[in-house]
Design a protein around this ligand. Structure first.
Ligand code: ATP
Length: 384
């Protein structure tokens, strides 16, 4: 295995469309890095540039310390797994796995030894004599991964390899992938538009938007400390609530206006991160998980009054859509807690905001000017 370094990579397609605009990132040896972002962000193009399937307009790609930018795909010694598994339909599973080894003129005994090891790990030993059309979707995907693994590649490139599988199989494959990556000590660059996949499988996530990097972070850090409004709203389910922030200053106190409530914030709050100015152009962000529904203290200054707009049950969680002055704010709670709250459309429902849970973004640049400063302990107490 080897590490991968990408330095200021750019790609403009014929016609002038800039799909990748100066991407720099490192994948350490044995690390799983995910390229996450919306459709058209430039994830696949970045992967294809690393694979050598597209020619870079600018920038440099280093694998194991060697500059491979002008090397052919084969010289780069990478293994690629696609969404649509590209197994040869006329060959058995064994011959599909053996194919990349035969190209390398490996001895027959070596080929058998290699395939036996990989087949055992992937639990496909009993399928070796079958043809691809005699396999389920998940089995085919395991064979496709196996064909990449037998190769002893320096870096694995995966482009949405499990996105077409059904939800149950995807969940199993997520766990399996993580196990395989550890077992094979694989350096992995993995493209996904699915945040759940990236959050559960990645060591680090590279969030891409419009051909540029928005943020590189460990999954939990990306959720807790998004550096941009885009990152804050792209990661998290349901997405973060955002609204225009009105910050006022009266009688020596600062407050944030949300609906009919004026939530007092202290000097530290105003100075935390970048100093916040009253009247400035900001966007306020609140995670649905951080709103406390129907708080007991009816006079609490951080209490916002609204009406039930919709209620959605997602297994063990319930999402309340609450209308506040023409805007819908989403709050998420547990199934047990939800039994206490009204569900009739139009019924009054209130929620409480803790200023420590508030994110603030510069409305002009989209950059985060204030991170929420909660701790997990405080969040647990808040919801107790
Ligand atoms: P998805 O998740 O939908 O696959 P992506 O983030 O992988 O999206 P890319 O496939 O990298 O996005 O495409 C980035 C942009 O480049 C898109 O707008 C796409 O239309 C454009 N693009 C990709 N390939 C070409 C090409 N050969 N010629 C012109 N434009 C292209």
């Amino acid at each position: 295995m080897a590490d991968l370094q990408i330095d200021n990579l750019a790609k403009t397609f014929t016609g002038g469309f800039e799909a990748v605009r100066g991407i720099s990132l490192d994948v350490a040896d044995r690390e799983a890095v995910f390229l996450l972002g919306p459709s058209g962000a430039g994830k696949t193009t970045t992967l294809r540039l690393v694979a050598g399937l597209e020619e870079a307009g600018a920038g440099r790609i280093m694998i194991g310390g060697r500059d491979v930018t002008r090397w052919t795909p084969r010289e780069r010694n990478l293994a690629m797994v696609y969404d649509k598994h590209s197994l040869f339909p006329h060959l058995s599973v064994f011959e599909n796995l053996a194919y990349p080894l035969r190209i390398r003129k490996m001895a027959e005994s070596e080929i058998r030894r290699h395939i036996a090891g990989v087949a055992e790990t992937l639990q496909i030993e009993k399928l070796l004599e079958r043809r691809p059309n005699q396999l389920s979707g998940g089995q085919m995907q395991r064979v496709a991964i196996g064909r990449a693994l037998v190769r002893d590649a320096d870096v694995f490139l995966l482009d949405e390899p499990i996105s077409h599988l059904d939800a149950q199989l995807r969940a199993r494959m997520r766990v399996e992938f993580k196990r395989l990556q550890r077992e094979f000590k694989a350096t992995m660059l993995y493209v996904s538009h699915d945040q759940l996949e990236a959050m559960t499988m990645a060591d680090r996530i590279v969030l891409i938007n419009k051909g540029r990097i928005e943020q590189i972070a460990a999954p939990q850090d990306l959720f807790d400390r998004p550096e941009t409004l885009f990152a804050a709203t792209f990661v998290g389910e349901p997405p973060m609530n955002v609204m225009k922030a009105v910050i006022s200053h009266a009688n020596g106190c600062h407050s944030l206006r949300v609906g009919d409530a004026y939530i007092e914030v202290d000097h530290d709050w105003m100075q935390d991160g970048e100093a916040v100015k009253p009247g400035g152009n900001y966007v306020l962000g609140l995670r649905p998980q951080q709103l406390c529904l129907n708080p007991p203290d009816a006079e609490h200054p951080c209490r916002v009054q609204g009406k039930v707009f919709a209620v959605e049950t997602l297994g063990s969680r319930v999402v309340f859509d609450i209308e506040v002055e023409g805007q819908v704010i989403r709050a998420m709670t547990t199934l047990d807690a939800a039994l206490k709250y009204p569900r009739t459309i139009g019924a009054p429902i209130a929620f409480r905001i803790d200023p420590d849970f508030v994110y603030l973004f510069d409305a002009d640049t989209g950059r985060t000017v204030r991170q929420a400063r909660f701790t997990r302990q405080k969040a647990a107490r808040f919801h107790a």
